[in-house]
Design a binder for this molecule. Structure first.
Ligand code: DAH
Length: 342
């Protein structure tokens, strides 16, 4: 019995030395400790051993089994570590400074237009501000001279959260915070995503982009407003754009206007995008209402200012000839990547 034990031990040590992978260890385990494994078989042979030596023989087999189990476990663990290390080393061979081989993405048409307009206004001394998408009613309405229950709120139905906040329905919602942040004099533009509870069609979306601008100083008048808007639009379209000013009502400006540009898709003949009118409402604007200045901590006796709310989404449609506003939020890369100069 002892000799058998010794020869099994030697065979095992030899086999163990040759084991190189987890699979090898698994095989060894079956060969020695499995149901018909060599160590297991030894137990079955105990019945042939002299009763007086049974106890000792049993202990010897148990010792061998423990030894085999321990060596197998240690070897398998070493092997697992080595395999893991190899994987890590292979991963390190990955060069993360190498340029991507896949096709590069493209900027969204609205981002392109936004950046262009930002550059134009920055060159005229305007600072560019970012603002929240979730705001309270005060920011979206009250600070803009739209008290509770004022009918002007109906036109800006948006999405309300359970906590009473809402998704901002216009970039004007940032006016108050920006006035308070900088005080007067002030020149700022603030692009942003806006939301409305809208029935969607070719020219209406529930999520769209505006770019608001305000300029506040002593002696600011409507002629300043017209000058800045004309300069900006001619730059964007690389030509003189036909514009018209109509009176428009917005509680936060007095007087208020609608600035329209001739529809560049149909040339003014009328199409679904311009609702057959030949004009696209592009930019409502006006002189900031004294109540709004006061709410922003600016003295309306000393300062005046203009504000405009440029429809960035509409501007992108005009510039790139996009007929349906829904294309912009569609995620349809085939359509969206066309407008991008790489
Ligand atoms: N916030 C208005 C809207 O989304 C647009 C607007 C009108 C902005 C007049 C202005 C403004 O700054 O002066 O309907």
């Amino acid at each position: 019995m002892e000799r058998t034990l010794e020869s099994i031990r030697q065979d095992f040590d030899r086999d163990l030395a040759n084991a190189a992978s987890s699979a090898d260890y698994e095989q060894l385990k079956v060969a020695y400790l499995g149901k018909k494994g060599r160590v297991t078989e030894l137990f079955k042979e105990l019945k042939n051993v002299e009763p007086s030596q049974k106890k000792e023989a049993g202990q010897l087999i148990n010792t061998l089994r423990a030894e085999v189990e321990e060596k197998l476990a240690a070897g398998a663990e070493k092997c697992r570590q080595a395999e893991e290390e190899r994987l890590v080393n292979e991963a390190e061979a990955y060069d993360f400074t190498r340029p991507a081989e896949a096709e590069q993405g493209s900027l969204h048409p609205i981002t392109l237009v936004q950046r262009e307009v930002e550059e134009i206004f920055a060159s005229m001394g305007f600072t560019i501000e970012d603002y929240l998408e979730v705001v309270d009613e005060y920011k979206n309405f009250e600070s803009l001279n739209i008290p509770k229950h004022h009918p002007a709120r109906d036109m800006q139905d948006t999405y309300y959260l359970d906590n009473g906040q809402l998704l901002k329905s216009h970039t004007s919602a940032a006016q108050n915070a920006i006035m308070r942040k900088y005080g007067a004099p002030l020149r700022a533009i603030f692009p942003g995503r806006c939301f409305r509870n809208e029935a969607t069609d070719a020219s209406h979306e529930n999520t769209f982009f505006q770019m608001e601008g305000i300029m506040i100083d002593t002696d600011i008048s409507i002629s300043n407003l017209i000058y800045f808007m004309k300069t900006m639009l001619s730059e964007v379209f690389h030509r003189e754009v036909k514009v018209r000013l109509r009176p428009g009502f917005f509680p936060f400006v007095e007087p208020g206007f609608e600035l329209d540009i001739s529809c560049l898709i149909c040339g003014g003949d009328g199409c679904p995008t311009c609702k057959q009118s030949g004009w696209l409402e592009l930019c409502p604007c006006g002189m900031i209402h004294p109540n709004v200045l006061t709410a922003g901590g600016i003295d309306p006796e000393k300062y005046t200012g203009f504000a405009f709310g440029l429809g960035l989404t509409r501007l992108a449609m005009m510039k790139y000839g996009i007929k349906d506003i829904r294309t912009l939020n569609s995620g349809n890369l085939k359509a969206l990547s066309q407008f991008t100069a790489r």
